[in-house]
Write a protein that binds this ligand. Structure first.
Ligand SMILES: Cc1ncc(C[n+]2csc(CCOP(=O)(O)OP(=O)(O)O)c2C)c(N)n1
Length: 589
């Protein structure tokens, strides 16, 4: 498919801009910003221009190696930077103007904060002389984002820029990653200064993730080894920290040497091969019954890089009451925050496993595994024969030879995607876990696609979440980003409808949702569009979309009132799963 030609490419001659760059001795703050980003290895910015960030946009054409992706909404810029970061392991960078541009980033920054993703946001600010006067498009974005950033900084003079950019990238990626915001007043972007080109701090290159945390006493390792050797019903719970530290091989060695079954949390999915005989599945609110039951009967949980949040534990008072806990976690403040620990190992998961593994002796857990095999395994059987999520996900996996990245949105489809897709490669499942941000999938998938060029990337959304950021199709067309977008259309805000069905007497208040004709929508954007209504059409449509070189949109007409089972009711214990619609009951206000 041909992408539309863009008029602006003919307006700027790159050689002209290069010349300007080489001859000027003193650079503007905006030029220093671009140079430093490049020097730190940044190759793509997701952004949207406006008054207070115009000097940066004026400088950008001089740095063609710094690709700028013009999104259609700043929220998408933050999610795209987040997706880029999750897929590459390196910070993603987004740019916005002051005021509404900056505030549009907020949801994306909160999403990155909750899921520990390294994102650097650069916002324009009104000129220093105008600050504090309620100037046009002035907003206190540092104040607004303070609770949802790891670090933020107002740059008050051009001399700070170079060091501030290096520091921002370092802080975003160092230790437990997170978002960082740099607010740059317009006149500082225009101020002239010198670019030193030197890494003054001697810190590690961009992309590395030095481990933090206090020294772990050897006795803690000894205790962990002893517990692992003697437990009768041990489990490994692998979280996002395994992905962030890249501890795939170490996790596998630990599991295979000991025979300990592995559970993967929503953000831990694809940290361990889905089809591995030791893989049990996902725990928590929508976790499989046998997984939650194993947790409840376990005598030792080895938690690797996870927070034990409420969606995983259910009611804390009833969580894994017979289990001791070894908690391996980079962020010391997570140890003991939700669940009492027996041994806390504070450090990067991979580093900690590398230190632990030499002392771990082979053992087996055959009796325990047989016991778990005997637990009920509930499948998604509430789907009538037809276009089930399983069939759709199998077709997608098959079309990519089992090797693609799935970026999911939030809702029922997210749970199906988490539980039913046969993930084969590490870090191939990307979703907004902590904040549960609808509208995440489409823009985040753009970032993933740029971080993994040439690899198949699918964004899977519900009809609600897709409509929150579907404007980004235009970005994909303009930039030639070949994401395949799947919409699971059930005509409802499905997950909320399910709660209404279960806990609000089937009062479907504001959950039926109308959709446009997605095939025509695709056509309007000049991309391939498919509506799939039956299983018979599935293989051909998915294969055709996969073979399309550019973006494609597929609408899957799924059953309208199917539910995600099993489900632990909010506030309930993991021991009390709902496996069908409960007797009608209302949630107290
Ligand atoms: C931005 C945002 N607004 C509201 C919610 C609350 N919420 C969670 S799931 C959901 C329904 C999602 O519906 P849809 O996108 O159609 O997916 P489905 O559940 O049908 O698969 C809603 C409204 C949210 N998570 N994020």
């Amino acid at each position: 498919m041909l992408f539309p030609r863009l008029p602006f490419t003919v307006h700027c001659s790159r050689s002209f801009f290069r010349e300007t760059r080489m001859t000027s001795e003193l650079l503007t703050g905006a030029q220093i910003l671009c140079r430093t980003l490049l020097d730190e290895g940044v190759d793509v910015l997701f952004g949207y221009p406006g008054g207070a960030i115009m000097p940066l946009y004026h400088a950008l054409p001089e740095y063609p190696e710094l690709r700028h992706v013009l999104v259609r909404h700043e929220q998408a810029a933050a999610h795209a930077a987040d997706g880029y970061a999750r897929a590459s392991g390196r910070a993603g960078v987004c740019v916005a103007t002051s005021g509404p541009g900056a505030t549009n980033l907020v949801t994306g920054l909160a999403t990155a904060h909750m899921d520990s993703t390294p994102v650097v946001a650069i916002t324009g600010q009104v000129a220093r002389s105008m600050m504090g006067r309620d100037a046009f498009q002035e907003t206190d974005i540092i104040g607004i984002t303070q609770p949802i950033t790891k670090h933020s900084r107002l740059i008050e003079d051009v001399v700070e820029i170079e060091e501030a950019v290096r520091e921002a990238l370092y802080i975003a990626q160092e230790g437990r990653p997170g978002p960082v915001l740099l607010d740059v007043p317009k006149d500082v972007q225009n101020q002239r200064g010198r670019w030193t080109g030197g890494r003054t701090d001697g810190r590690a290159d961009r992309g590395s993730r030095p481990s933090a945390g206090p020294t772990v006493p050897p006795t803690a390792f000894e205790e962990a080894v002893r517990l692992i050797a003697s437990a009768e019903r041990p489990l490994i719970m692998a979280g996002h920290g395994v992905v962030l530290s890249g501890a795939y091989a170490e996790l596998r060695v630990l599991a295979e040497r000991t025979g300990i079954p592995v559970i993967t949390t929503l953000l831990g999915i694809s940290a361990f091969p889905e089809a591995h005989p030791l893989h049990l599945g996902m725990p928590g609110m929508h976790g499989e019954v046998h997984v939650n039951r194993a947790i409840q009967q376990s005598d030792l949980i080895i938690g690797l890089g996870l927070r034990f949040d409420d969606r995983v534990t259910g009611n804390l008072a009833g969580f894994a009451r017979s289990a001791k806990l070894i908690h391996v976690e980079l962020d010391a403040s997570e140890i003991g925050k939700n669940v009492p620990v027996t041994v806390g190992l504070v450090g990067d998961v991979r580093d900690m496993l590398c230190r632990l593994l030499p002392a771990i002796l082979p053992r087996s857990c055959d009796a325990w595994r047989q016991e778990i095999d005997g637990f009920t395994r509930l499948r998604e059987e509430n789907f009538q024969a037809g276009l089930s999520p399983q069939a759709i996900l199998d077709a997608i996996s098959e079309s990519a030879g089992g090797d693609c990245t799935i970026v999911s949105d939030v809702g029922q489809h997210q749970m199906w995607v988490a539980k039913l897709f046969p993930y084969q490669r590490p870090n191939s499942h990307i979703t907004s876990g902590g904040l549960g941000t609808m509208g995440f999938a489409v823009p985040a998938a753009m970032g993933v696609a740029l971080a993994r060029p040439g690899e198949p990337v699918w964004a899977i959304s519900g009809d609600g979440g897709f409509q929150m950021n579907m404007q980004e199709i235009a970005t994909m067309v303009q930039e030639g980003i070949p994401v395949k977008m799947a919409v699971f259309n059930n005509g409802y805000l499905g997950m909320v409808r399910q709660w209404q069905q279960f806990f609000h007497g089937r009062r479907y208040s504001a959950t039926p949702i109308w959709s446009p004709d997605y095939v025509k929508l695709a056509e309007a954007y000049g991309i391939a569009g498919y509506r799939i209504e039956s299983v018979d059409e599935l293989q051909d449509a998915v294969a055709a979309a996969s073979a399309t070189p550019g973006p494609a949109l597929l609408e899957f007409m799924i059953e309208q009132e199917a539910n995600v089972f099993p489900m632990i009711p909010p506030g309930g214990s993991l021991s009390e799963p709902i496996e069908g619609e409960p007797a009608i009951r209302m949630v107290p206000a």
